[in-house]
Design a protein. Structure first.
Length: 189
């Protein structure tokens, strides 16, 4: 059975922004979907979030699709680095993802070592999609270029969508992001 796990943003939760709609739409496509509440969501750390994600996944396989939002994306990349040579997931969709420290002391822990892009790419069978907004106040479009260059990601640039978030980021809630489901569909076809 095809599975999807949505890794929420900093201070996020399962019912925040576009997660419920993406979950519902993927379930209509017969995916088993989880949107777990990550520990210490008010202060995400690699040492807490990556093992928690691994526990939520269990055994990774090519029928697993990982969807990240903001810090959820770097969590997924760091998780992929932990996989053994023969382990892989089907695909990864990243929304407002970043690969460099974006200026928040709380997130420095994710950037103590460089990302092993080659290893990350080798752990994903069908590829990556990176969705960014041209007016994201936190994540520059340079990150989309890195995803395209280093991970061979398909990049989707949306206009005036901010951080694809809601009240946590003082934005109007982004309650639907059909590109997430469309991306999972295209990766899993």
């Amino acid at each position: 059975m095809k599975r999807a796990i949505i890794v929420h943003c900093w201070e996020g939760h399962p019912n925040y922004c576009w997660y419920p709609d993406a979950k519902e739409q993927l379930e209509k496509l017969r995916f088993e979907v989880k949107v777990p509440v990550f520990p210490h969501t008010e202060a995400p750390t690699q040492k807490d979030w990556v093992p928690f994600l691994a526990d939520q996944i269990g055994e990774p396989d090519e029928d697993l699709y990982l969807i990240g939002h903001s810090v959820g994306c770097i969590t997924i990349l760091r998780y992929l680095e932990t996989l053994a040579e023969k382990q892989e997931v089907g695909g990864v969709v990243m929304v407002a993802g970043f690969v460099d420290h974006i200026g928040y002391k709380e997130l420095e822990n994710y950037f103590e070592t460089s990302i092993d892009y080659q290893k990350v790419r080798n752990r994903v069978k069908r590829g990556f999609v990176a969705i960014h907004s041209d007016d994201d106040p936190y994540v520059s479009l340079d990150n989309a270029d890195v995803f395209k260059d280093k991970l061979k990601a398909k990049v989707i640039i949306k206009h005036n969508m901010g951080h694809f978030s809601g009240p946590i980021d003082d934005e109007k809630s982004c309650t639907q992001l059909p590109e997430v489901v469309e991306s999972v569909k295209s990766l899993s076809a």
